[in-house]
Ligand binder design. Sequence first.
Ligand SMILES: Cc1ncc(COP(=O)(O)O)c(C=O)c1O
Length: 336
Amino acid sequence: MPRVTLGEGRTPLIASRRIARELGLASLAFKLESCNPSGSYKDRFIAAELDQLLARGVRACIATSSGNTGASLAAYAARYEVPCTIVVSDSTPTGKLVQMAAHGARLIQVRGFTTNGAITGRVMTLLRDYAAARPAALVVSAYRYCPGGMAGVESLGHELAPAAPAHVFVPAGSGGMFIAVSRGLQATPTRVHAVQPAGCSTFAASWQRGGDAILPVESHTRVSGLSVPFDIDASLALAELRSRSGSAWALAVPDAAIFAAQAMMMEMEGISTEPAGAAALAGLIQALQDGRLGKTEPAVCIVSGHGFKDPAAAEAIAARHPAVQAEADELESLLA
Ligand SMILES: Cc1ncc(COP(=O)(O)O)c(C=O)c1O
């Protein structure tokens, strides 16, 4: 039992009802990482990372985040009395900003961070030097920076092992969660696939080109959490893909397909997900359309973050079902 916990992990695995039927799939399930305490899989990372940092005597943190690492860190840091500063992007959705601020974290929004490769690189170097010169830990949800915390995410793979799916689809930004799930299922025949947005495809582009270089990209994706335009864990994710000798895929899907998958999950399954959490389903649909995925092969999609994280994205779906404005005496005829 870890010392640091808010009850993360052991999230539900829910069988699809309508989407499986619509796609003609024999077996599709959703792993609801959105049910973690702060609403994303990052709680597995933060619980493990903070556990190790506190055991080492670290008493302050500085973190970078597209939103969910920060929301999670802010919650656990409040509980364990760890002062934290979180550097976020200017495009972080309001749901995640509100979580961080409400838990009392110090927030710094840097323009271009997580969307522009050069700015992101500069910020990372500055923060690394800052943390090295002080008794403060730099928290970044990636194997390159925090391998101990990322090992905590491997529990996600372990939890899926008893269900023995043929395929697991994982949303990917830097690729850390993909590596963790793949490692967690290493001893099983399950094939683990990474899904990046085409507008910020680092290691998926390299995998498709057949090369080893991770080229920095200018991110054009509007999917919060998946905009990681340079190599944090991308090289490691590519190595993980290559180690699977062709059984693992890296898919790059357009933003429109991700937003459409989010609407399907909201409207057809009752699953509240932020856009990033729907990328796995968008990847699965692309693999089906490519003829790579067989309809009888059981598949799981990781739903990595809750719908409340990104109210603007949820509102765009809600706008398809506008409320009718009425006076009380109009109600009877409206209901008829
Ligand atoms: C909801 C959500 N899904 C997926 C990811 C991508 O994780 P990774 O950067 O480890 O690939 C993130 C990262 O912030 C996220 O917040």
